[in-house]
Design a protein around this ligand. Structure first.
Ligand SMILES: [Zn+2]
Length: 274
């Protein structure tokens, strides 16, 4: 029996998997923490509440909820697949596949390394020409809370030991030298951190205000990506105790803490000189 290994639960990466499985051609294997993605279940209430707290008006909320529902239609939900959590080694005749959990881009993202071939399949966790956007989602391990996508992604990035492997990415070209690529990625993420801190200087702001300042010309279709980027980085800065969240009756604001009080808690060190 052939196997199809799913790097993560985004529609453009498993859209036809159900059809393959139904045809009896292959068994599917995917990350346990992307179960909701693979099943096509989404907590609409969580998303609406989060967008309201972020300060978006009704029209923007409607656009974003409609957009996420439309994207869901690009994939047929899966009914059966083997769930893995990372750490497994699949073996065959003269080859092996090392499965690793790489949370960030999605909670259950996986990479697959084939040492005999010197390649590492990265899905969307590492892309050559795009800095992967970690889309805000409900945390599968903490229902009701947003998955801390950027913090987890930086931990993942620091832990990728590509060695001599060539990275085969989910979109675009391969990456032969991960070390050089990681430096470029880190400088782009450091730029985003500095940008958010600059916009927050002065007075506390809601996520919607940060989106307007940082992505002033974003198309309505891309608003959810802008929102995800901003909220992900704010939660990352919250983990570093550089910003704090100020709950409000309707919308939540974020405040920059005085620079003198910043520190990096053990295990949550930023992977770049942000
Ligand atoms: Zn993806």
């Amino acid at each position: 029996m052939e196997r199809v290994l799913l790097t993560h639960g985004h529609q453009d990466h498993f859209g036809l998997a159900a059809r393959i499985e139904r045809a009896g051609k292959a068994k599917l294997l995917g990350g346990r923490l992307d179960r909701g993605h693979f099943r096509g279940t989404r907590n609409g209430r969580f998303l609406l509440d989060a967008l309201t707290r972020a300060g978006f008006g009704a029209a923007a909320r409607f656009t974003m909820v409609a957009m996420t529902a439309a994207v869901d239609r690009f994939a047929e939900p899966l009914s059966s697949w083997d769930e893995v959590g990372g750490g497994e080694v699949l073996t065959g005749d003269g080859w092996s596949v090392i499965v690793r959990a790489v949370p960030g881009h999605t909670p259950g993202s996986l990479t697959f390394e084939v040492p005999e071939a010197g390649v590492l399949f990265t899905g969307d966790t590492v892309l050559r020409d795009i800095t992967p956007n970690a889309i805000v989602d409900e945390d599968p391990e903490r229902p009701g809370e947003a998955f801390r996508s950027v913090s987890r992604y930086f931990e993942t990035l620091a832990g990728i030991a590509a060695g001599d492997s060539c990275l085969l990415t989910g979109h675009g070209r391969r990456i032969p030298d991960f070390g050089a690529h990681r430096s470029r990625l880190e400088s782009r993420y450091a730029f985003r951190v500095a940008q958010i801190e600059r916009v927050l200087a002065g007075k506390p702001k809601a996520v919607v205000e940060l989106c307007e300042r940082i992505f002033p010309t974003v198309r309505p279709m891309d608003l959810y990506l802008a929102y995800s980027e901003v909220l992900g980085f704010l939660m990352y800065l919250e983990d570093l105790e550089r910003v704090e969240r100020l709950p409000g009756r309707l919308r939540e604001r974020w405040a920059l803490l005085p620079r003198g009080s910043w520190h990096s808690p053990p295990g949550r060190r930023p992977t770049h000189p942000g």
